[in-house]
Design a protein around this ligand. Structure first.
Ligand code: C2O
Ligand code: CU
Ligand code: CU
Length: 504
């Protein structure tokens, strides 16, 4: 008897050991497999796609009119990789819109895809009804024509869908583009500004592909939505770009779903950061890295020597996660080669980067009339998921407020507010200028100061949310209205009648 037990115990122990070993093996395999590093492995053989400037005309009311058409197509990210995609006026991404401060613009947005969508002007100061958030749906086969007057400093903004619950899908398939604002005030006039030559849009997005070549849009298991194992710039994987001038301005946009990119060059060269989300910095900030969370932009000026080649690279980002394994599963250990810049043998001389760029008056903490707190956690803000029929915050027009944003879970988040450009209290370097999106490290908080001017509409909310699109779609979003002083909130205009009955 005793001996039989011994045998059984021995066999059981061996089985347990075997299972554990297999488990550890699978764990180690998964651990190693999940890290992505394409440094030195990318062949730069494809000319970088540069989104064309959108044509426009001035109508009889003096308004600059653009036409965008959301459509389905097939796009080659690199030779031999064709996938079904969506784009504006093309197969993937959209043209670059460009307008001057003071101009009134109209954008006719036609939806020719099979689902309702919206188009939001990220970073733009404009009336809520023109903002293109989840309430301004465009049904298939219809056209939406928002109009507003550009009244903010020169900046690199962008546009993308914002249909609640589908934003990640729509952006990932390719619906996104840049919106460049110019300002004739003279600030930054010495910076490189010839679009496509020494002023280049750089839209950075990670992608994953299935075996049949189609885009793989399944969320990974790190809680960050789709994290790709390859990175496209303007829809090109393995791209190169000829440089013909001594200095080049790169307008960097993190257009990814959930990946943070820590951008720099293969030789660690220094460059000048000249602008952030909402415009130029007061003065250039010299650095060798600029980290961008989804939704953030940066303008940098890079200097080249004749004949050289340098690679734009994404280094492992500093996510500030507390556990080393959290980094691994949220992209914190990954690195990518993005794009090769090839300088010609003779370069056209460029002006020096001016030491003074733009006036960015600091907003005084004492000018704020109120402070609100936003706790980000578990796909919720302040314990609630986004609800289309619920207005979360009511702000009075003309007021200055401080928004304290706290990341209360272990995941990376990037906080974005519509309509305004804010300043980060105590922010310096890359956080010393105008921002509309900011990375908030796990278990930390930031205080943002902002002023709500010009537009009031008690029935139409603006959004604030995490710009990690998987989090946003999952409910980490809220709604605020800007009202005339003394007014209360109305009810969200796009809601069908039956949403209004309960509760009151
Ligand atoms: Cu870029 Cu609310 O979005
Ligand atoms: Cu936005
Ligand atoms: Cu988030």
């Amino acid at each position: 008897m005793r001996r039989r037990y011994g045998v059984i115990l021995g066999v059981a122990a061996a089985a347990v050991l075997l299972i554990c070993a297999a488990g550890a093996g699978i764990g180690a395999w998964a651990w190693n497999r999940i890290q992505v590093d394409t440094v030195g492995e990318v062949e730069f053989v494809n000319r970088l796609a540069i989104p064309p400037l959108a044509p426009s005309h001035v109508d009889d009311q003096g308004r600059r009119v653009f036409d965008l058409r959301a459509q389905a197509g097939r796009h080659s990210f690199e030779p031999g990789r064709q996938a079904s995609t969506w784009g504006f006026n093309g197969d993937y991404l959209g043209p670059t819109l460009r307008a001057q401060r003071g101009e009134q613009v109209v954008v006719n947005v036609r939806n020719e895809v099979t689902e309702p969508t919206t188009v939001h002007w990220h970073g733009m100061h404009l009336p809520a009804a023109m903002d293109g958030g989840p309430h301004q749906q465009i049904q298939p086969g219809t056209t939406w024509s928002p109009t507003w007057t550009i009244d903010q400093p020169a900046a690199t903004l962008w546009y993308h869908p914002h249909l609640h619950g589908s934003t990640e899908q729509h952006v990932y398939r390719g619906l996104a583009g840049m919106f460049i604002l110019d300002d004739q005030s003279g600030a930054g006039s010495d910076l490189p500004d010839e679009y496509g030559v020494d002023d280049l849009p750089i839209i950075v997005q990670d992608k994953k592909f299935r075996d049949d070549g189609e885009l793989d849009d399944r969320p990974g298991f790190g809680g960050m939505g789709v994290l790709g194992d390859t990175v496209a710039v303007n829809g090109t994987i393995g791209g190169y770009q000829e440089v013909t001038t001594q200095r080049v301005r790169l307008r960097l946009l993190n257009g990814a779903s959930g990946r943070v990119f820590n951008l720099g060059f293969s030789d660690d060269r220094e460059f000048a950061l000249v602008g952030t989300d909402g415009g130029l910095l007061p003065r250039p900030y010299r650095t060798d890295r600029i980290q961008l969370a989804p939704g953030e932009r940066a303008e940098i000026v890079v200097t080249f020597r004749p004949g050289e080649r340098v690679v734009l690279r994404a280094y492992p980002p500093d996510l500030g996660t507390i556990f080393f394994f959290a980094d691994r599963f949220t992209g914190g250990d990954d690195s990518f080669d993005l794009l090769e810049l090839r300088a010609a043998d003779t370069l056209t001389p460029s002006a020096q980067v001016p030491e003074k760029l733009a006036d960015v008056p600091r907003m005084a903490e004492s000018s704020a009339v109120r402070e609100r707190t936003f706790r980000l956690s578990e796909h919720e803000i302040n314990g609630q998921k986004m609800e289309m029929a619920r207005i979360d915050e009511v702000v009075e027009k003309g007021s200055t407020e401080i928004w304290r944003v706290r990341n209360d879970d272990g995941l990376p988040h990037s906080f974005h507010v519509h309509d305004v450009q804010f300043q980060v209290l105590g922010g310096d370097g890359p956080l010393s200028g105008w921002k509309d999106t900011v990375y908030v490290q796990p278990n930390s908080s930031l205080r943002l100061i902002m002023r709500f001017t010009d537009y009031a509409d008690r029935d139409t909310p603006y959004m604030y949310h995490c710009h990690m699109l998987f989090h946003e779609d999952g409910g980490m979003m809220g709604q605020f209205v800007v009202v005339e002083p003394g007014q209360s909130a109305g009810r969200p205009a796009s809601q069908p009648e039956h949403h209004h009955h309960h509760g009151d």
